[in-house]
Design a protein around this ligand. Structure first.
Ligand SMILES: Cc1cc2nc3c(=O)[nH]c(=O)nc-3n(C[C@H](O)[C@H](O)[C@H](O)COP(=O)(O)OP(=O)(O)OC[C@H]3O[C@@H](n4cnc5c(N)ncnc54)[C@H](O)[C@@H]3O)c2cc1C
Length: 112
């Protein structure tokens, strides 16, 4: 489950108790529409994403999924000779699209 959480919550506020509280609410909401039988649970917070995956401010997809494609970071950076790839560049997050961005960055480099 990816329950919505406050984006302005400071990373250090993501204590174990806070994670449990979010989980409880999410389970309560899901229980209203599905019969749940939970055998194992693992809770990962934006703080965990930041510490363990080095994701900027714990943003799971780098940028908001609502960001328009033309607002992704460009493959050609403003610094000459620097090229960028990955989920914050076009065409965005997911394994397939992040891989595609590598191809596009390489093509950008080769057209120099
Ligand atoms: C919990 C979770 C579930 C997901 N589920 C799916 C899914 O089901 N399907 C899907 O398609 N996508 C999924 N995604 C999204 C997908 O994993 C990402 O969009 C994709 O991996 C981004 O690729 P990337 O190359 O931009 O970054 P990453 O895969 O994060 O690679 C960046 C690499 O850079 C390294 N790094 C970071 N900082 C430094 C540094 N300072 N120095 C050196 N190395 C550094 C990191 O350790 C990492 O290995 C999921 C993501 C998460 C977190």
């Amino acid at each position: 489950m990816y329950p919505p959480v406050r984006r302005d919550l400071p990373l250090d506020d993501w204590s174990e108790e806070k994670k449990e509280a979010v989980l409880e609410k999410a389970i309560a909401a899901l229980s209203r529409v599905h019969k749940l039988d939970i055998a194992v649970k693992r809770i990962v917070s934006p703080k965990d994403f930041s510490v363990n995956l080095n994701l900027y401010r714990g943003a799971v997809y780098g940028l908001s999924p609502q960001v328009a494609p033309w607002n992704h970071f460009p493959h050609r950076a403003p610094i000459q000779g620097l090229y960028q790839t990955g989920q914050t560049t076009y065409p965005g997050y997911s394994v397939g699209r992040a891989a595609t961005s590598g191809i596009l960055a390489a093509e950008t480099l080769m057209t120099e």
